[in-house]
Design a protein around this ligand. Sequence first.
Ligand SMILES: Nc1ncnc2c1ncn2[C@@H]1O[C@H](COP(=O)(O)OP(=O)(O)O)[C@@H](O)[C@H]1O
Ligand SMILES: [Mg+2]
Length: 306
Amino acid sequence: MFAIRAEGIYKYYKGGAGGRKEVLKNVSLDIEEGEIFGILGPNGAGKTTLISILSTLTIPDSGKIEVFGMDALKEANRVKNIVNISSGNPNFPWSLTVHETLRYFSMLYGLKNKEKAVNNVIDILELESFRNSRFDALSTGTKQRLSLAKALLNEPRLLFLDEPTVGLDPDMAMKIRKLIRRIHDERRLTLVLTTHYMKEAEELCDRIAFIKNGEIIANAPPGVLKRQMKLGEAITIDYEGGFDAAVLKDIPEILDIQHVPGRIRIVAENVEPILDSIIKKFCEVHIKNIEVSQPDLEDVFLRLVH
Ligand SMILES: Nc1ncnc2c1ncn2[C@@H]1O[C@H](COP(=O)(O)OP(=O)(O)O)[C@@H](O)[C@H]1O
Ligand SMILES: [Mg+2]
């Protein structure tokens, strides 16, 4: 079953040429139930606008959106019951404590057993020791955990995460990614997340859509994207002595060579079958280090957005 089917979404804001700025252009997406789907793109690409629309918080100027088969525009209230959204830049009332904030949202959502729901999410997001701390006294990572806790209150089937680890140090970002993965696996949620950290997308997402200037320019699993881009593998060799890269000309599989004295980087679709021929060219110099690396999503991203 599809968690989301979106077709032909357009969104305009005031401003830009002709007093109208096109923020989303003909965006169509299918997201399957249970997937972790990533939306990637540079700042201002339209990621937040897109997930606000998919989660019924913002109304598009045109297009169709189905969420678990329901029309998200005509039946927004029914859809709201089964979705939620968490932002990596949460903005809750500064003077409320963690507990008060969650109580407030549990009332807003009309939950039956409010205290039980609040305690449950405090437990999942490990917020017990911050229960009575005010929002303005929390660290960025704790604020983000509170935002995730709030988003789990109504036990959504579909959860949107807008840059869930933005501005965190690597340790805390990794902790939050682990929590996100655990929540997904335990609750069999469908997750849609935006990020501009390629590592995060690569680690978490089953499928990735790249968005640029409001348009989707690629949509596939990370591995497929890398193959489509024909980025190839790279072998980097550090050496001592004099080496002339011209001797590599007779290995036709080589796609690209970057050479500075002491270090050469050779790119091929597949390095392993030609490794032996490459190494033999280096018999006159002293090899200090050899490293074979796979392309990463960062390379895909740079190729796509420039
Ligand atoms: N409420 C708004 N009014 C006017 N312009 C907006 C509004 N929200 C977003 N925009 C503009 O829409 C574009 C996309 O913004 P956004 O969806 O926040 O991008 P992203 O999340 O990818 O950084 C930006 O150029 C932004 O300035
Ligand atoms: Mg954004």
